[in-house]
Design a protein around this ligand. Structure first.
Ligand code: AMP
Ligand code: GLY
Length: 431
C-alpha cells in the first residue's frame, strides 16, 4: 500500500512542533492540501487552519471524509493516549486513512509511567529502579528506605508537571501525600517513586513502522524557565541538535540496550505502533538510562530535529504507515540547529495575551516557528506562554546560537522573555 501521488494531510495540534511539521510537509513534493487543527498564526501561512478538536470525534471523522484526507498526523500526546488512532481505525468510514501515532496501548508508554516502567522491566531496558504506590503509608515506608534526592512521579498525564524531585524526606512525604491526595486528579492516583539518576540528559527520537525504525537527530532541551537551569519547569525554553556527548559509542549503547528492545518489546506484546517514540535519556557516565518515553515528537526539540531532516517527510510518514521504513533514505544535514523559545513574561505562571508580534519580516538568518500566536486582522498576536521558537542552522553551535539571538533582537512583543544561555553548557564538548 502507498499514499496517492498527491496527498491531503490533516495535522493535529497548534504549537511550535506543529508549525515545524507544517513547514516540512509544505515542502513535500507529494503534498496536495494541508490542514492544521487548530494550528496557529504561523501554520496559517502554510495551509488551512481548521477549528476542529481531536476530542470531538464525530466532527473529526466528518472532516476526514468530506475533505478526502489521505493522512492524519497527530502532534500532541493527549489524543493518542485517549485512543484517537484506535477510534479512527475502528470506524468503517475512516479505517483506511493512515494515522501517524500509536494506538492507545502504545500511547500508554507516555500515558502511564507505571506501565512504561513495567514495560522496561519486562524487556530489560535500563531505567531507574522504582516502585509504584496508591497508598500513602506504603509509599512513605518505601521513601524511608531511600537516600535523597527523592524522585516522585504522578502516573498519568499531568501536562509536564507531574514530576517532583526533592531533597529531604519530609518534603518527599508531603509531595507523595499531595499527589495521592489529588493534586493532579486521576493522574496522581498512583505515584511512581524512583531512584535518582545523576547525569546529563538528551532526547532520542525514533520513527517506527512497528517493525523497522530510523533514528532521527538527537537533541537536548532546556526545561527550566531560568538561566543556569534554575526556576520552574516549562514546556521547554530551547533546544539544540546534535548533542556532542551523544557520540557513536553512546548511541551504539542506546541502540542495542534501548531502541531495539523497545521496538521488539512492542512487537512481542502485539502493540500496534506506527509513529514516533521520544526517549528521554540520562547519560550516566556513558551509560544510557530511560527517564521517560513520550509517544510523539518533542516540543521544542522538533524545531531543531526536523530542520536537519533533508528527506521528504510525507514519504517518511508513508513508510511509517505502510511499512518499509528500512528502505526509506533518511537524509540528515550535518549542520547544528539551535532553537531559542521566546515566551510571555510570567510564563510558566500567569501571563498576558494579545500583544502584537512585530519584526518577523526582518528576520533573515533564522526560521521562526510560531508556538503561541494567533492572527488578529491578519497579523500575529501572542496567545500562549511559549510564543515563538527561533531556530538557526550553522556549521557550528556558536554560529547557530549567534544567529538565533540576532534574530530575536529584531522581534518585538510586549513581555518578550527568553533564556540567553541555551546551548552554552554544550559548547565545551564542541571544541
Ligand atoms: P519527566 O516529566 O519524566 O520528563 O521528568 C522531568 C524531569 O525530571 C526530567 O527531564 C529529568 O530532568 C528529571 N528526572 C526525571 N526522572 C529522574 C530521575 N530518575 N533521576 C533524575 N532526574 C530525573
Ligand atoms: N520538550 C519536552 C517535551 O516535549 O515533552
Amino acid at each position: 500500500m502507498r499514499l496517492p501521488d498527491s496527498v491531503n494531510v490533516l495535522l493535529l495540534g497548534g504549537g511550535g512542533r506543529e508549525h515545524t511539521f507544517a513547514c516540512k510537509i509544505a515542502q513535500s513534493r507529494r503534498l496536495s492540501k494541508l490542514y492544521i487543527a487548530p494550528g496557529n498564526g504561523g501554520t496559517a501561512e502554510l495551509g488551512s487552519n481548521v477549528d476542529l478538536s481531536a476530542a470531538n470525534l464525530a466532527v473529526l471523522k466528518c472532516f476526514i471524509v468530506s475533505q478526502h484526507i489521505n493522512l492524519v498526523v497527530v502532534g500532541p500526546e493527549e489524543p493518542l493516549v485517549r485512543g484517537v488512532v484506535d477510534q479512527l481505525r475502528d470506524d468503517p468510514d475512516t479505517h483506511l486513512v493512515p494515522v501517524i501515532g500509536p494506538t492507545a496501548k502504545g500511547a500508554a508508554l507516555e500515558g502511564s509511567k507505571d506501565f512504561a516502567k513495567a514495560f522496561m522491566m519486562r524487556h530489560n531496558i535500563p531505567t531507574a529502579a522504582y516502585r509504584s504506590f496508591t497508598d500513602v503509608a506504603q509509599g512513605e515506608a518505601f521513601l524511608e528506605t531511600l537516600a535523597p534526592p527523592y524522585v516522585l512521579k504522578a502516573d498519568g498525564l499531568a501536562a509536564g508537571k507531574g514530576v517532583s524531585i526533592v531533597g529531604t524526606l519530609p518534603e518527599a512525604k508531603s509531595e507523595l501525600a499531595a499527589m495521592l491526595g489529588g493534586r493532579f486528579g486521576e493522574a496522581g492516583s498512583r505515584v511512581v517513586i524512583e531512584q535518582y539518576l545523576n547525569g546529563i540528559e538528551c532526547s532520542v527520537f525514533v520513527a517506527t513502522d512497528g517493525a523497522n525504525y530510523k533514528i532521527l537527530p538527537v537533541a537536548k532541551d532546556y526545561k527550566r524557565a531560568g538561566e543556569g537551569d534554575t526556576g520552574p519547569n516549562t514546556g521547554g525554553m530551547g533546544a539544540v541538535s546534535p548533542v556532542a556527548f551523544a557520540d557513536e559509542t553512546f548511541m551504539e549503547r542506546v541502540c542495542t540496550r534501548i531502541i531495539k528492545p523497545t521496538i521488539e518489546g512492542l512487537r512481542s506484546e502485539k502493540i500496534d505502533y506506527k509513529g514516533f517514540i521520544f526517549i528521554g535519556l540520562m547519560n550516566v557516565d556513558g551509560d544510557p538510562y530511560v527517564i521517560e518515553y513520550n509517544v510523539r515528537m518533542g516540543d521544542p526539540e522538533t524545531e531543531v530535529v526536523l530542520p536537519r531532516v533533508k528527506s521528504d517527510v510525507v514519504e517518511l510518514f508513508e513508510a511509517i504507515a505502510y511499512g518499509g521504513l528500512d528502505r526509506y533514505e533518511l537524509e540528515i544535514s550535518p549542520d547544528t540547529a539551535a532553537t531559542v523559545v521566546c515566551v510571555s513574561e510570567g510564563y510558566p505562571g500567569e501571563y498576558a495575551k494579545g500583544s502584537p508580534v512585530t519584526g518577523l519580516a526582518d528576520v533573515e538568518k533564522s526560521l521562526v516557528f510560531h508556538a503561541g500566536t494567533t492572527l488578529k486582522g491578519g497579523s500575529p498576536v501572542t496567545s500562549g506562554g511559549r510564543v515563538l521558537a527561533v531556530t538557526s542552522l550553522d556549521a557550528t553551535l556558536e554560529g547557530a546560537l549567534a544567529k538565533c539571538y540576532e534574530s530575536i533582537g529584531r522581534i518585538e512583543y510586549q513581555g518578550k522573555t527568553f533564556r540567553a544561555d541555551i546551548g552554552r553548557d554544550l559548547l565545551k564538548y564542541n571544541r
